[in-house]
Ligand binder design. Structure first.
Ligand code: AMP
Length: 262
């Protein structure tokens, strides 16, 4: 039993390179502090799913204005797609960036994140994959202050690029309940999740796209973290790689570091 008073914990940010091993640590925080997980990657994937269901076969480049470095207007996009459905348009915009392993621009990410965070009254969340740019950090602190909420600490999951690449290409996820598997370390039984669904490879889990995401981490996510640190939010470092990857070891490696804060 943790000595931390769970009622004092409002929100926790989990940061780390894509593929560093965040999910098992998030599971610990969710369990120990009675929080929910709010993941911008999952939000984007759900919008992408809505776009994919629409089965548009043209090129997404049609919707990008190279000279102005932005999308054409939503009205023009609606005409091109043949639908004005807001979710489909947002899904197209997300896909345009996610497919390239690039970050979705801040104005889209912030608006989408806030609408989901507001539904949770700005509390009780483990923020996963957000904030990932200094602009997002600034926006997050602004909406927290406005809504009388807070971030208690950032949990940073450390791992090396080479280890991440080796791990991520063998990662498999359950499209239904989002459980994460690994072909060697945590193989799904008969290719199936415990919930019964067939596990799949994330389409952006290729080496090229992983390298692009790792670069984005250095360039943007680290400065985002430093922004929070500069504002006085504590950062707790935990190892993403454990020699013995057991539930007990994962929990201890997280909680022993978090407890040092309290
Ligand atoms: P993840 O599952 O966290 O690796 O996210 C998958 C993809 O979603 C990323 O490669 C980005 O394209 C996009 N994404 C997720 N979170 C953010 C964010 N906070 N800012 C910008 N793009 C994001």
């Amino acid at each position: 039993m943790s000595k931390i008073n769970v009622d004092n914990i409002t929100n926790i940010v989990v940061s780390g390179k894509s593929g560093a091993g965040k999910q098992p640590r998030i599971d610990v925080l969710v369990e120990e502090f009675g929080l929910e997980q709010l993941s911008t990657g999952d939000i984007f994937r759900s919008y992408l799913g809505k776009f994919n269901e629409y089965r548009y076969t043209g090129s997404l480049e049609n919707f990008w204005n190279e000279d102005e470095n932005q999308f054409i207007s939503d009205d023009e996009i609606a005409k091109g797609l043949g639908t004005g459905d807001k979710d489909v348009i947002l899904g197209m915009k997300a896909k345009y960036f996610v497919d390239k392993g690039l970050f979705v621009p801040d104005y889209i990410t912030n608006a989408l994140f806030e609408s989901f965070f507001a539904k949770k009254d700005y509390r009780g969340q483990v923020l996963d994959g957000y904030p990932r740019t200094p602009e997002q950090s600034k926006f997050l602190l602004k909406i927290l202050e406005k809504n009388n909420s807070k971030i208690d600490f950032v949990l940073l999951v450390d791992n090396t690029d080479e280890r991440i690449i080796a791990r991520t290409v063998k990662r498999r996820i359950c499209p239904k309940c989002k459980k994460v598997y690994h072909l060697e370390y945590k193989p799904p039984k008969d290719g199936k999740c415990v919930c019964g669904a067939e596990v799949i490879q994330r389409f952006d889990d290729t080496e090229e796209k992983i390298r692009s995401r790792l670069n984005e981490f250095q360039d943007k996510a680290l400065p985002a973290l430093n922004y929070l640190k500069d504002k006085g939010i504590s950062v707790v470092n935990v190892p993403g790689h454990l020699e013995e990857f057991t539930p007990e070891n994962i929990k201890n490696s997280v909680m022993s570091e978090v407890e040092k804060l309290y």
